[in-house]
Design a protein around this ligand. Structure first.
Ligand code: FAD
Length: 502
């Protein structure tokens, strides 16, 4: 299905990734009469819609689904399921265009933010509640790889190196992952199908795929609907809506707002792309020998994690201002020259993310003349590493080298910095703020300043210099924003009933 079946909805959500799907689920549950349209510029990759591609057992079908997410040809493929934008200052910047968004391809690491990663303008107790709700929606667990033979020794060695002086809640632990472990030893990865839950199968919710939002329509400071295009036929339509949520990722949400003539001063600014330092380590022979006696299941698939090592987390703290994750090499971006010679599970990849120094000058801008593959304003990225970033990168290099030495024998020369954009964690471009002072796009409930009925969602709303993977946080903020949207929808419904009665 491409163009929506109806021409009016209570709520239209643009973008079906984890954050757009969160809005749908929350409004679906709390407003029993609301009619909701979820539209996405990309295709459905399988059944259920939004399911994680790692759950597709057949290699060819999975590869086909990943290619379908790259968008129109000719595409510059990035990591499987993504398309490189081709922006010179952020050369590895990539997006996914499919029902489920990047949430159909992600590694599913869901750490909670800590210390200065937390958002000062959202009260801590409220944020903790939203994070708990996000963990429920994403089916997050820290026990998916409890049976992994390498996991304990990896964590013991990391703990010995990093735990001294840390509060209990910020010590080395198994990474919380959005995954369900099955009794037969297999794993089901959470895509947006688990977030949508019953909403995906109810007639009140319509999912329109290959349906591009061209613009949010507004009049006299209030949203009136969206204008959309069927990506296949080029046919266009206008859809009326009381409220619109734009959840089109941190690069394309500001693109939609820009195209709509909604341009707060902070739109596209404060871009946060976390610098990422990586390295690989061979575990000592005695550890590998022990693990060989255990029958762990290995699945040699792109992006897969095998239970030999699981994923370990070295949390961000003020004293260690990096987010460290240590995982089996299949899930790591480090390439090995002689992969065949390596015993499965004996190599772990280390990835340390830095908290970027956030400045208004780091930004995305949009062309008024050139267009991208979808006919939307072409995106340009402007960003650079400040002196503080360069210091931070050096600090992360040292921390990775120390972690590597604690774990085994480092492979290759030294830890190295991945090309900018490799994080896939772009943030800040529609950031939230406590007041409308020109440094934020929306309030702390993700309502866009000065445009009634318009919400933004995704990693773009996160205003702080996080180093950790951001999806859990942005799903939590989406759940918070959805609370305000529910009120708005109820108020509109009550007003409509009142005016009918009068
Ligand atoms: P997205 O999931 O990006 O979805 C945005 C959607 O908007 C897309 O489906 C797109 O098609 C649609 N869209 C864009 N423009 C329009 C338009 N004009 N009209 C209609 N639709 C539009 N994050 C973590 O926290 N932990 C991880 O371990 C992790 N690992 C990752 C590994 C990989 C390989 C990848 C690709 C990503 C990973 N991420 C990870 C990032 C994570 O997937 C994203 O943070 C998350 O998906 C963002 O959710 P979102 O809803 O904001 O946007």
């Amino acid at each position: 299905m491409s163009l929506p079946l109806s021409c009016a909805y209570d709520v239209v959500v643009v973008g079906s990734g984890p954050t757009g799907s969160t809005y749908v689920r929350e409004v679906f549950e709390q407003c029993p009469d609301a009619r909701i349209l979820l539209l996405d510029a990309g295709p459905k990759l399988g059944d259920p819609p939004g399911g994680h591609v790692k759950n597709i057992a057949d290699d060819d079908l999975r590869a086909r689904a990943q290619r379908a997410a790259e968008g129109p040809a000719p595409a510059r493929p990035g990591r499987p399921g993504t398309r490189l934008l081709g922006t010179p200052q952020l050369p590895a910047a990539a997006v996914s265009t499919n029902v489920g968004g990047m949430g159909a391809h992600w590694t599913a690491a869901c750490p909670r933010p800590g210390d200065s990663e937390r958002i000062a303008c959202v009260p801590d107790d409220a944020m903790d509640r939203h994070l708990t709700r996000a963990e429920e929606l994403l089916h997050v667990t820290s026990h998916a790889f409890d049976r992994a033979p390498f996991a304990d020794v990896v964590r013991q060695r990391l703990s010995a190196r990093f735990d001294r002086g840390r509060p209990l809640a910020r010590r080395v632990v198994p990474m919380p992952l959005a995954v369900t472990a099955r009794a037969d030893g297999t794993h089901t990865w959470s895509g947006t199908d688990v977030i949508l839950g019953p909403a995906a199968r109810d007639s009140r919710v319509e999912i329109a795929d290959s349906c591009l939002c061209l613009r949010v329509l507004h009049d006299a400071g209030a949203v009136t609907g969206v204008s959309v295009r069927d990506v296949g036929t080029g046919q266009e339509a206008t859809i009326a809506a009381s409220a619109v949520v734009v959840a089109a990722d941190a690069l394309r949400t500001p693109q939609v707002l820009h195209a709509s003539g909604i341009r707060p001063a902070a739109l596209g600014r404060y871009l946060n792309d976390q610098p990422q330092i990586v390295h690989a380590v061979r575990l000592p022979d005695d550890v590998v020998a022990t693990a060989d006696t255990v029958t762990g299941r290995t699945r040699a698939e792109e992006g897969g994690i095998v239970p030999q090592s699981g994923v370990s987390w070295v949390p961000f703290t003020a004293a260690h201002p990096f987010h460290g994750q240590v995982m089996q090499l299949d899930a790591s971006p480090v390439a090995l020259a002689d992969e065949d010679a390596v015993r499965p599970g004996s190599i772990v990849g280390l990835g340390w993310f830095c908290a970027k120094d956030i400045t208004a000058e780091d930004r995305v801008t949009f062309s008024d003349t050139a267009t991208d593959a979808f006919g939307m304003p072409e995106i340009a990225v402007h960003c650079r590493y400040t002196d503080r970033d360069l210091d931070s990168i050096e600090g992360a290099r040292k921390a990775v080298a120390e972690a590597g030495a604690a774990l085994g024998t480092p492979l290759g020369e030294a830890p190295f910095l991945l090309p900018a954009g490799s994080s896939l964690h772009y943030q800040g471009t529609t950031r939230m703020g406590a007041v409308d002072d020109g440094t934020s796009v929306c309030d702390t409930f993700s309502r866009v300043w000065n445009t009634r009925g318009l919400w933004v969602a995704g990693n773009g709303v996160i205003p702080t210099a996080t180093a950790c993977n951001p999806t859990l946080t942005s799903v939590a903020l989406a759940s918070r924003g959805a609370g305000a949207l529910v009120e708005y929808v109820r108020d509109r419904a009550a007003t409509a009933v009142g005016s009918t009665a009068a």
